[in-house]
Design a protein around this ligand. Structure first.
Ligand code: KG4
Ligand code: ZN
Length: 345
């Protein structure tokens, strides 16, 4: 047949994932997408511990592949190629995935394709919404924060991004400072909904500087100072906690909103026929942030595209799809495919 079926494997952070994606039909089809998270393993440490992550990936990756094949109802005989995240990410985890993929490729005689994790995120709007090039992608998660001009399956231009922390990391840190549960995004969002954003004047880092670069680490420090200023006998009132969350989230909204407006300006110089602002990453799940981005897109005359959350966050369907794009271009990797901690697009 003229369809191509790809097995995708992802293990670059704290989710082990495998998926089967079929391309070549009218629309790409996700036959299965299995994600096994590890948050409970890292909870006690206040962040992802690379050694623990690597060991968990090594233990789980084969099971995820098995589950992805079973859910899709196919065997390796019906797979045309194996795509795997080869970076960027935590090296131990990436190695687990790459070794598993090499084993399958060698054992089943299948082509091997290394995929850039960021390309996986950046191409997701084509998997889910058939978005046409060129589009603007804002990738905002716990590990990434950047604007990408996507002009082709392998043509990405970075327009700007964070110079320090990613917003998701800041949400997680703020939750920790305020003794709210992890992951911080959803708990800070819930508190913020009850708070007064105007009470604490938190900074809007880099907003006054031209360009699309962002910074979030100073905002974290400002939250720490606001907290310490309000702490009484080691305790914080619920009211204060909600107000700090609201102030923090409002600042992230303002920064992301204004920087997105500027990135859209640069993108629109390309005169795309159907302008699109697409988002990916866990932070895109945030209601007020999403609403702001939608507003900014609408004001610029661009459509707003957000893939369903399970495909916005780390998953292997996006890796299989990006692998399919590379496969179609004749790209093949050898058994010397390296796991890369850094791999700029
Ligand atoms: O994309 P993702 O699952 O993993 C990577 O970081 O690659 O994103 C997880 C991040 C976490 O930092 C989490 O706190 C944040 O996304 N997040 C949110 C929300 N839901 C998840 N941040 C703000 N608001 C949310 N509702
Ligand atoms: Zn990611």
């Amino acid at each position: 047949s003229d369809t191509t079926t790809i097995l995708g494997i992802e293990s670059s952070c704290d989710d082990t994932a495998a998926a089967i994606v079929r391309v070549g039909g009218a629309v790409p089809e996700i036959l299965s997408s299995v994600v096994d998270g590890q948050t409970e393993l890292h909870d006690a440490y206040g962040g992802v511990v690379p050694e623990i992550a690597a060991r968990a990936h090594a233990e789980k990756v084969d099971l995820c592949v098995r589950a992805a094949l079973d859910t899709a109802g196919i065997g390796l005989g019906q797979v045309d190629a194996v795509a795997v995240t080869a970076g960027p990410g935590l090296i131990g985890g990436v190695m687990s995935g790459v070794m598993c993929a090499k084993g399958i490729a060698a054992g089943a005689g299948l082509p091997l394709i290394g995929v850039n994790h960021l390309a996986g995120h950046a191409l997701t709007p084509r998997l889910t919404d058939a978005v046409e090039y060129p589009y603007l992608m804002l990738l905002v998660s716990g590990g990434h924060c950047q604007f990408l001009l996507v002009e082709g399956a392998e043509e990405f231009t970075r327009l700007g991004g964070t110079i320090d922390d990613a917003p998701g990391e800041a949400f997680d840190k703020v939750a920790r400072l305020l003794a709210l549960p992890q992951p911080g995004g959803p708990s800070v969002e819930a508190e913020a909904a009850l708070g007064d954003a105007a009470r604490f004047k938190l900074p809007r880092p880099l907003l006054d500087r031209p360009g699309c670069d962002m910074s979030f680490s100073g905002l974290k420090t400002a939250v720490l100072r606001a907290r310490d200023g309000e702490m009484q006998e080691g305790r914080l009132s619920r009211r204060v906690r909600a107000d700090i969350c609201a102030g923090f989230q409002a600042s992230v909204c303002d920064v992301l909103g204004e920087k997105t407006r500027r990135a859209l300006e640069i993108y629109l110089e390309q005169a795309p026929a159907r302008p699109v602002l697409a988002v990916a990453g866990g932070v895109a799940a945030n209601g007020p942030i999403r609403a702001r981005l939608m507003q900014v897109a609408e004001a610029a005359g661009a459509a707003f595209v957000a893939p369903p959350l399970r495909l916005c966050t780390d998953n292997a369907a996006m890796i299989a799809y990006a692998g399919a794009e590379r496969f179609a271009r004749g790209h093949r990797d050898g058994m010397d495919l390296a796991a890369r901690p850094r791999w700029p697009l």
